[in-house]
Ligand binder design. Sequence first.
Ligand code: LLP
Length: 445
Amino acid sequence: MNRTANRSSGRPPAFSYREVRKGFLRRRPVGSALQCDEVALERLAERFGTPLYVYSASTIRERMASFDHAFRKVPHTVCYSVKANSSLGVLRLLAGIGCGFDVVSGGELERVLRVDRRASKKVVFSGVGKTAQEMLAALETGVMLFNVESEAELWRLAECAARTREKARIALRVNPDVPANTHPYISTGLQQHKFGIPIGKARKLYAQASGTKYLRIAGVSVHIGSQITDVQPFALAMERVAELVRVLQGDGHRIEYVDAGGGLGIDYQDASPAGFAEQAAEYAAALLRPLRGLKVHLLLEPGRSIVGPAGVLLTRVLYRKTNGPKQFLVVDAAMNDLLRPSLYDAYHEIIPAYLDVNSARHETVDVVGPICESGDFFARGRELPVVNEDDLLAILDTGAYGMALASNYNTRRRPAEVLVDGKSVKLIRRRETMDDLLRPETQLR
Ligand code: LLP
């Protein structure tokens, strides 16, 4: 059975095919139409245009519930990692179900505060290069925890805290020197990476910080990378963190929080939302075993695993094109809309929004965008059902690091975003206009 057929039968509840009759979708014979929850994606494309990001609210809620449930036996807070998908509509949905947030810039903090002023109590502020201005803003809103990544940053934070007379609750983000089997650009837990404080140096720095009036030691944090599907590296990192927590507690520090970071991967080859509860349980077991016996509040920073499979990017085929032996589908989305294939050579499944029951023909194609770079592709040498010009394709599992990484390269307007919840459809970001793009610029005459 080919992958597309697998998808059509095995992808409940969002983004599954439903049988449609003639006339339901214009010009179509009997076939199956791809839906998001209760809504046909073709209808959304007609209404809002393409390229278009579509998110399933029910999938986001269900994945967050499964993740949270996996940690039910310990005190914990899930701080959704805003960088994965920072759209206000998505943040509002997550705030509404009681989520905390992991932010890495003053901008992300501002987004969270716009969604819910009181959410700052559940915000952790991470990042290797926080500016004084960002620290001051975070101190003023009273974030739960600063994850500090270097000695220099620690003293900068101490200065800022003294200026505001607000105590900064801190965790040192330690670098556990644990390899994670993922793309080198998103692996962070080795000494060669810019992230964190070498775990062997942390004890001394905690001792120095404890004598500082406006710093309050509150925890230890770690994050080893992203898109990690094997739970072993998480367990190993957590063993090293647990050992450090014991040492620090022995030194008399009050370690209230352990922040385990994010990084749990998804299966881009064949995502099955149905299996997420088990995956989350396995991840939780790997993290919790080393922490047994420690009285700490666990913080978690998942991003991709919550929103990744909840989103698709819809794009229309502009042209079919043959160059020698190669068949191309030139689509109206490009690397500026979804950068992951170009940047990480990432795989995203691509399926037609409509499957004709009478045609089972497949062909091998490159799916490429209109941008003037050969790196502008979504798939190369991929077997897909034969589609025609003007047909709609869905690029799957693009809810995380899709829109968040989009740019205006080639002066292209970024896509609109739609949040579907059952039958309800909300435009959570309109498509940019040319005026939106050009407003900050000046012509020097
Ligand atoms: N916490 C920290 C400190 C992080 O640096 C990250 C991701 C997360 C949490 C969330 O990780 P997640 O659960 O989403 O894996 N653009 C790349 C991913 C970059 C991840 C950066 N840090 C991609 O498209 O694959």
